[in-house]
Design a protein around this ligand. Sequence first.
Ligand code: MN
Length: 491
Amino acid sequence: MSLKNYEFWFVVGSQFLYGPEVLETVAARAAEMAESMNASGNLPCKLVYKVTAKTNQEITDIVREANYDPACAGIITWCHTFSPSKMWINGFANLQKPYCHFATQYNCEIPNDEIDMDFMNLNQAAHGDREHGFIAARLRMPRKVIAGYWKDENVQKRIGSWMRAAVGVAFSKSLKVMRFGDNMREVAVTEGDKVEVQAKLGWQVNTWPVGKLVETMDAVTEAEIDQKMAEYESLYTIATDDIETIRYQAREEIAMKKMLDAEGCMAFSNTFQDLYGMKQLPGLASQHLMAQGYGYGGEGDWKVSAMTAIMKAMAEGQTGGTAFMEDYTYHLVQNSEYSLGAHMLEVCPTVAASKPRIEEHPLGIGDREPPARLGCEGKEGSAIVVSLIDMGGRLRLICQDIECVKPIMDMPNLPVARVMWRAMPDLTTGVECWITAGGAHHTVLSYDVTAEQMKDWATMMDIEFVHITRDTTVESLEQQLFLNDLAWKLK
Ligand code: MN
């Protein structure tokens, strides 16, 4: 389901104490606020005012409905007046959807002449939101608290940003991953407990035979390939005379897409060690699938594939780019220290600074024909890299802030798409932190999704989150990891 098809329910807390007139005012204002925030263009999904809740039953009912409705990606609550929170306990105890507490107020200013005790009783969010906040804290609920004036653009954007993370939760819970072949032999970090991941994150990770893919490839028609070639020509610069290799990639892409769509999979993995019956490792084929929103992981890395798909879903409609990435090599010259990220072939062209080129080069690894692939340079700008690892008994999500630059050299003999960046807080400290936390060489790099969104997503998913920022030191990180380890053992 697309981002814009999800909605969030606005549930406003109150009680009968104030009389019907106040309750009518609260309801009218809540509807007005939802309408005005929708019209602002700052929310990626619709905010739907549902109810001014006054009883345990009303709250239990709306939570039950929210849990049941697949279009509802979360609830946003606010207390215009005071809403005694014991009546929220039964509802909250059963809430299965993401939850944001929006601590706002209808009026911006305190009206000097008008203010009296009636005004105080009607406009007591400062009072009501504290009672409301206590019960969520007491119940240890995963939640996002956003405070500020509801007409403020920055506040609206923060709610919009959280909505994207919550849609990432809905997407994750229904995500299916297609594995072609197993993980690359002997590699540890790409492994993981698929049962634990399904219970925690919802992913259905299953395998399909490469032989079935080859059969599907054989059934692709020349007319289907012609159509795909026209699509490639409209999007990319063709920089090879070997059209047959591009047509072979088109055949692979069409066949993989047919199998993914037949099973409802939005992510896939493969490995160069299991290409039985295939002439080429999918390069352009995987890259063009990623550009359409499918997640991908090389060497059987289904975890990074799923995370790529989720982060692409969170970033839907944004134009910065989100890609499967791999830390490859360093430039360690003092005061000019950079990481170079790339992959054997499969970097998503959404990160390209200019029109990607379809090129053909031999593969240094494996024993297949030289495949066509997209070459490009990554954009400049702030971004994050994200890695999900299996710690045994729990999952850890590691996120590092990075600053991407235009590659400082053109590397004319490097046959793959590349992105160059400066890791925070600096290359060597950043590497020490990443390695200390156990982060993988495979990551998802995104210019669109923010670290705050990944933290929100991890909170909603109830998994550990580690953030390496410009302020992180190795010592502080080691301390955090030590305490996290104890905390997660107790959880
Ligand atoms: Mn790799």
